[in-house]
Design a binder for this molecule. Structure first.
Ligand code: SF4
Length: 735
């Protein structure tokens, strides 16, 4: 708590901090702009975690970036600044424009800004030459209107941050269960007998999940942590809201820690399923839920054949775990009636991620661990409304049903050709196929892979537009012409209007900002989209889309959402109930699986053991504890013992000894790809307990190492969790 308050006071001062923090995640308050962890029905007076407080403080900061700031700093100078420095400058206060050929942003009137964008969009030969990116902070109302504008304009180029994070989850779960989301509620987590937390660091990225795990433990659950890194929060949780957490030793969370090798998760879950089948052979009817398998699933025999043929040598090599550890873990499984598997980027950012997540589903289907209390899949979303944005239609591959509903509601024929996702958008900018890039929030150039390629691609754009609350790198790495459109934050009031968001478990609820806006020149996201639409389509005459009304009355937007998006019946009434409402979820609510077979699909997935050339390591990019996505709150990472530095690489001491590299030495990280090598220079080595052959370093600093074309099969998500690198002594160090 001390860290949260210190951070808040430094940004907001004492009074504003206390007034603001008491409203975070409260039923009549605003939704935390951090991750998407749900709130329970009961709200504590301090319903936030340390990183939630930091996210709020960063947004509600009293620091300001004014026109004078931009007069003082050239764009090229800003491009040389760190993400941390840029973020610490404060809130944007007025629209800014960088004309072509100029190295300075200058103030511009909103009206003029919309004219510039409309002019550039109308000048395009095809609507597909424009890209419309969405970050997961965008509210449901703004997201729905944004996709409406983009499709009315004539393209499905709607890349979003989900493309880089849980796209693999969406692909695998849609194929196997018929819904691209998790199937558990917070209550299920409290009721589970066994919880796997895989490739996730909740202590930093979803901190209040630890309270839920602590409650599950009190209810008798066992927890298995699967991760190459021994993440502090998962091993022992000192709950800042409990005396035992503040003064005591806290709660031991993980009963079992499997320090798995990067990309070893498919092998682990295949091996667990194999052992369960063998236990069933030994004692028929004691392990497999045959009634569920026969009634609700498809494809069991291909799956069974596949895992029975699994070789233990491959399992041990792929996981880096001894067979005995897997055999002990299956005893946890056999001892549990209800099992939940939670995961984050550690599962989704690999070439075989979609197949790995399908294997997790196989493992759960065997004992019917889907669609009953305490059981199911739980991909934990990292951005407060990333799931909501997708539900609102922010997707480059929209379903025909969604487009039909949009057509019927708004009377125009939306484009049917699939659009570009995040990686395809970078290629389109790089190759000159895209000329205008519009971002609703986020920090695209720092969030994406292959930094050198991405930055060069962005600079090729004719116009870039960033709707933002704070200064970031995507303002400095911009197109020939560039616009910055400052918007309201979650903490700020927008008259008496409220917005809605959807959390990781499908709960839709209201968010009401209370603070006075950081500047009188800010517009809400909804207002920005509505006014741009009015300018862009004014030449087309009346369109029957009441953009002006939408800006003034968000209930009118929700009325349209209700008619276009399934599950939002009676939206305006239900979302006004304290805590909001749960969206329907067929697998969870009815054990109904709207897949291509109409059943939950078992799948047979080929295990490919990732074998590296001698001297190579597998790198995963991670967040520090003082970071949220690309927002850097501070230079520390106290849970990993790092203070005041970000260019560090965590390496297993035995791997260092093997390479004759000492703890503390400076090295360059070099990644290898068919199109050449990429280097991230001058990282201090930290001897650290990582799985053998694996290392870890922070993004965005190491995004430069992730090749643009190194993506997951099917989901096209960058493979930021398994980058092949070698360590080279840093030239300066060798003098
Ligand atoms: S757990 Fe996530 S949503 Fe909750 S307060 Fe922390 S950062 Fe915010």
């Amino acid at each position: 708590m001390a860290h949260s308050l210190a951070m808040s006071y430094s940004q907001m001062g004492v009074r504003r901090s206390l007034l603001t923090l008491v409203r975070v995640n409260q039923k009549q308050g605003f939704d935390c702009p951090g991750c998407a962890w749900p709130e329970g029905d009961h709200r504590s007076p301090a319903e936030f975690c340390e990183n939630g407080a930091k996210a709020v403080a960063e947004e509600a900061t009293l620091r300001r970036v004014t026109g004078e700031f931009f007069a003082e700093h050239t764009v090229s100078e800003l491009a040389g600044r760190s993400d941390y420095w840029l973020g610490q400058q404060g809130r944007l206060t007025e629209p800014m424009y960088k004309p072509a050929g100029s190295d300075h942003y200058e103030p511009v009137a909103w009206d003029e800004a919309f004219s510039i964008i409309a002019r550039e969009l109308r000048a395009l030969e095809s609507p597909d030459e424009a890209l419309f990116y969405t970050s997961g902070r965008t509210s449901n109302e703004a997201a729905f209107l944004y996709q409406l504008l983009v499709r009315r304009f004539g393209t499905n180029n709607l890349p979003d941050c989900s493309n880089m994070c849980h796209e693999s989850s969406g692909s695998a779960l849609t194929q196997t269960l018929g819904i691209g989301k998790g199937t558990v509620s917070l209550d299920d987590l409290h009721k589970a007998d066994l919880v796997f937390v895989v490739g996730q660091n909740p202590g930093t990225n979803h901190p209040r999940m630890l309270s839920a795990l602590e409650k599950a433990k009190r209810n008798g659950a066992r927890i298995v942590a699967v991760n190459p890194l021994p993440e502090a929060g998962l091993l022992r949780f000192k709950n800042p809201q409990k005396a035992s957490g503040v003064a005591g030793r806290g709660t031991k969370l993980a009963d079992r820690f499997l320090q798995i090798r990067l990309n070893g998760d498919m092998a682990l879950f295949q091996a667990l399923s194999k052992l369960m089948l063998e236990a069933e052979d030994a004692n028929p009817g004691s392990v497999i839920d045959h009634e569920f398998v026969e009634t609700h699933t498809h494809g069991f025999h291909d799956f069974e054949k596949n895992v029975r043929e699994l070789e233990w040598a491959d399992v041990e090599e792929a996981t880096g775990l001894p067979r005995a550890a897997v055999e002990e873990t299956v005893q946890d499984v056999l001892g549990a009636k209800s099992v939940i598997v939670c995961w984050a980027m550690g599962l989704t950012q690999h070439k075989n991620s979609v197949a790995t997540i399908r294997e997790v589903v196989n493992f759960l289907l065997l004992r019917g661990n889907v669609g009953r209390p305490g059981a199911g899949v739980c991909p934990v979303r990292g951005h407060s409304n990333v799931q909501g944005d997708r539900t609102m239609g922010i997707y480059e591959k929209p379903s025909a049903a969604f487009l039909d509903a949009l057509r019927d509601e708004f009377g125009f024929e939306p484009p049917r050709r699939h659009g570009a996702d995040a990686v395809e958008s970078i290629r389109a900018l790089r190759d000159g196929h895209a000329k205008v890039f519009v971002a609703m929030g986020g920090n695209f150039v720092s969030a994406t892979p292959d930094t050198a390629v991405t930055e060069a691609a962005m600079r090729r754009a004719r116009l870039t537009v960033q709707v933002s609350t704070k200064l970031n790198r995507s303002h400095a790495v911009c197109g020939e012409e560039a616009l910055i459109l400052p918007t309201l934050g979650r903490t700020e009031r927008d008259g008496d209007r409220f917005v809605t968001v959807e959390d990781s478990m499908g709960m839709v609820h209201a968010s009401r900002g209370r603070l006075a806006p950081a500047s009188p020149d800010l517009l809400s996201e909804v207002a920005i989209v509505s006014r741009l639409a009015m300018r862009l389509f004014e030449q087309d005459g009346p369109s029957g889309i009441p953009w002006e009304r939408f800006e003034a009355d968000h209930d009118a937007v929700r009325d349209r959402i209700e008619r276009v998006v399934p599950g939002f019946e009676d939206f305006n009434a239900r979302v006004r109930r304290p805590g909001g409402f749960a969206l329907p979820n067929a697998p969870r609510d009815e054990r109904r699986f709207p897949t291509d077979t109409g059943r939950a699909n078992f799948t047979a997935n080929d295990l490919e053991v990732l074998r590296l050339a001698p001297g190579r390591l597998l790198l995963q990019t991670v967040r520090s504890h003082d970071q949220y996505n690309t927002t850097i709150y501070g230079m520390g990472d106290r849970y990993r013992g790092v203070h005041n530095g970000r260019r560090v690489v965590f390496v297993n001491p035995d791997d260092l000894a093997e390479r004759g590299i000492a703890d503390g030495e400076l090295v360059d990280l070099v990644s290898e790809w068919p199109d050449g090598e990429r280097t991230a220079e001058a990282f201090r080595v930290i001897a650290y307990s990582t799985a053998r052959g694996c290392c870890a370093a922070y993004f965005p600093e190491t995004n430069v190492l992730v090749p643009l074309d190194s993506t997951a099969d099917t989901s096209n998500t960058p493979t930021s969790k398994s980058v092949v690198v070698r360590l080279e002594r840093h030239a300066a160090a060798t003098g």
